[in-house]
Design a protein around this ligand. Structure first.
Ligand SMILES: C[S@@+](CC[C@H](N)C(=O)[O-])C[C@H]1O[C@@H](n2cnc3c(N)ncnc32)[C@H](O)[C@@H]1O
Length: 363
């Protein structure tokens, strides 16, 4: 039975489900969820690509924040380097290779680990990272206590969101129900725990997304971290920026590099994401004992980390071609209308907040 059929059956038996329950099933259902069984990331036959698909420069730049974390922690003989939600494992692979090359002193005691919910992606990661002494866990507690750095690129946007709507009858929540064998939206009374989350400035008819799951995940990361740092990179905006969208909502689907208008179409067969509410995530992080070290755009942070470092002048035509392709990959990572606009946030727990090149220049 397909996921659509199972969801229809569930709605018939138990009534409409919240959009967050729908998104959870569409992405993480053990038998049919997009991430658990299908996720296609990259360029070939994929639904979308991420920064790590553009070559090793991204992982190399992040390795410098890993070195800064290790240095700030007093250069411990052993330290944890954990990626949450590693996709194909490319960023971890590039980061470890750069660490080994540029800072073998830091690489020597690094204990790499991955937190990954998708068994299918865990297999991909094991291939990309073959030969390395890696640890895997399906939840961050499995690698606790962590002393070092936890990083996550484009993971928070995959957490289910509740979608609230301001109506003339009060705050309502988007639910999913059935109409002639299809999944459609319907508005129901919003739960009292969520109602207060709607910003007063949201216009009538406006939508507001709340990711309770992302907020509780950051709290879990904080509790697994004994001392060190959390680096988050994602398409995100603060409350003010999200409000400037006039309540249009940010939930969207991706299939084969195309935006899918209706995320209720073909559950389990496409990626569904929402722009991360940075204000809410930072509030949850601070409530869980994390302290803000720095925040910036991917563009500013990668430039500070030396992604544009001049390399030796290529001698042969083929080397010149390769250098040009590397430059255009870096341009894509820095594109202010694309990946360069992603937000980067570094948080600390029981660790110094100074000494990070990523946030060296005041903004
Ligand atoms: C959009 S992909 C990003 C992959 C990778 N970080 C990259 O940059 O290409 C999201 C990843 O997060 C994983 N993921 C989603 N929710 C997770 C959770 N709660 N814990 C750990 N991993 C999770 C997915 O399985 C997938 O590997």
């Amino acid at each position: 039975m397909s996921l659509l059929e199972r969801l229809l059956q569930r709605i018939r038996a138990r009534g409409a489900m919240t959009f967050a329950e729908y998104m959870e099933a569409a992405l993480f259902d053990p038998d049919h969820g997009y991430y658990t069984t299908k996720a296609a990331i990259g360029f070939d036959g994929a639904d979308y690509f991420t920064s790590g698909d553009l070559g090793p420069a991204f992982g190399r730049a992040l390795s410098r924040t890993a070195v800064d974390a290790w240095t700030a922690l007093g250069r411990p003989a052993q330290w944890d380097l954990v990626e949450a939600g590693s996709g194909k494992g490319t960023v971890m692979r590039d980061l470890l290779a750069a660490l080994e090359r540029e800072r073998p002193d830091a690489a020597r005691g690094a204990r790499p680990g991955i937190v990954e919910v998708s068994p299918r992606l865990r297999e991909r990661q094991a291939v990309a990272l073959a030969g390395l002494d890696m640890r895997w866990a399906s939840a961050v507690q499995g690698l606790a206590p962590i002393h070092g750095l936890v990083f996550a690129n484009e993971v928070l946007d995959a957490f289910p969101v509740h979608v609230l709507v301001r109506t003339s009858d009060g705050v309502r929540e988007v639910h999913v129900t059935e109409q002639e064998g299809r999944l459609v939206e319907t508005l129901r009374q919003a739960n009292a725990d969520l109602r207060w989350r709607l910003p007063t400035a949201l216009p009538m008819g406006g939508r507001w997304e709340v990711s309770v799951a992302a907020e509780s995940w950051i709290a879990q990361v904080a509790s697994a971290l004994a001392s060190g740092y959390v680096l988050l990179i994602d398409y995100a905006d603060d409350e003010r920026g999200l409000l400037a969208r006039m309540g249009s909502g940010t939930v969207r689907g991706f299939s084969r590099h195309r935006l899918v208008e209706d995320p209720l179409e073909r559950p389990g067969e496409m990626d569904i994401t929402a722009t991360v509410d940075l204000t809410a995530v930072l509030r949850a992080a601070e409530g869980a004992g994390l302290r803000l070290v720095g925040a910036g755009t991917q563009r500013d942070v990668l430039i500070e980390l030396g992604i544009r470092e001049p390399a030796a002048r290529p001698a042969t035509p083929i080397e010149q071609l390769r250098a040009a392709s590397r430059r255009s990959a870096v341009d894509a990572l820095l594109d202010p209308r694309g990946l360069g606009a992603f937000r980067v946030v570094l948080l600390a727990k029981d660790a110094p907040v100074q000494g990070f090149r990523a946030f060296a220049s005041p903004r």
